[in-house]
Design a protein around this ligand. Structure first.
Ligand code: FES
Length: 224
């Protein structure tokens, strides 16, 4: 019998003091089964954050050395190392207390994004939120890299990473993307929302820019 999944709801910014990252290799995701791995990893990261908070409380001397982490918790930009992110892998990082997906898309994923505009509610992102540098079909200034807030635009659940096309439980036309099990909203691998789902707009693309080929800065002015 299928295991009933409990939705995880994003409950707003948390005053955590440490940046947390989790990575989901594409190859570890079962092809045709609901994928809760990213959610488990995110929950694990949240647990680690609680532990980090306790340590910071117990050792105030150490905490005094971390002004940048405090600033980070309040919304300062966070940098993400991309050199170890392989093609097809998803990494989840935290910015302003929110999970943010960083996905290195494969050439096949990029090609697929051009083939299902008619299924999308806002394929050109006219009603959706992203920096101008990401106002295009791929919603990114770099085709291979997607940077997307992992917060469903319906009621705030964290979508799951479902990269395998045609998953039977989502639909034969599924091209691969992000699936929100809370109420069934679907987003493609650019965070664009499908028609006839509860979510009204595409997933938000946060402000960001690439400092180099291997360093991403989330929360930074994209035009600076
Ligand atoms: S919160 Fe995602 S579909 Fe409702």
């Amino acid at each position: 019998m299928a295991r009933e999944r409990q939705p995880q709801l994003y409950r707003g910014p948390q005053r955590s003091t440490a940046l947390k990252e989790t990575t989901v290799p594409n190859s570890t995701i079962p092809a045709d089964s609901p994928d809760d791995s990213d959610r488990r990893l995110w929950l694990g990261a949240a647990t680690a954050a609680g532990g980090a908070g306790l340590v910071a409380t117990a050792v105030p001397f150490v905490a005094s050395f971390a002004p940048s982490e405090k600033a980070r918790a309040l919304g300062a930009p966070v940098d993400v190392e991309l050199g170890s992110l392989r093609s097809g892998e998803l990494r989840t990082v935290e910015w302003r207390g929110k999970p943010v997906f960083v996905l290195r898309r494969t050439p096949e994923m990029i090609d697929a994004l051009a083939r299902h505009d008619t299924l999308l509610a806002d394929p050109r992102s006219r009603r959706s939120e992203q920096p101008d540098t990401a106002r295009n079909a791929l919603r990114s200034s770099r085709p291979d890299l997607a940077v997307i807030e992992a917060v469903c635009t319906h009621l705030g659940c964290v979508p799951t990473f479902r990269p395998t096309p045609g998953s039977p439980d989502i639909g034969a036309q599924w091209p691969g993307g992000f699936y929100c099990p809370c109420h069934g909203s679907k987003f493609d691998l650019a965070g664009r929302v499908f028609k006839n789902v509860p979510a009204p707009t595409n997933l938000t693309v946060p402000p960001h820019r690439f400092l180099s080929e291997t360093v991403l800065l989330i929360g930074a002015d994209p035009t600076a």
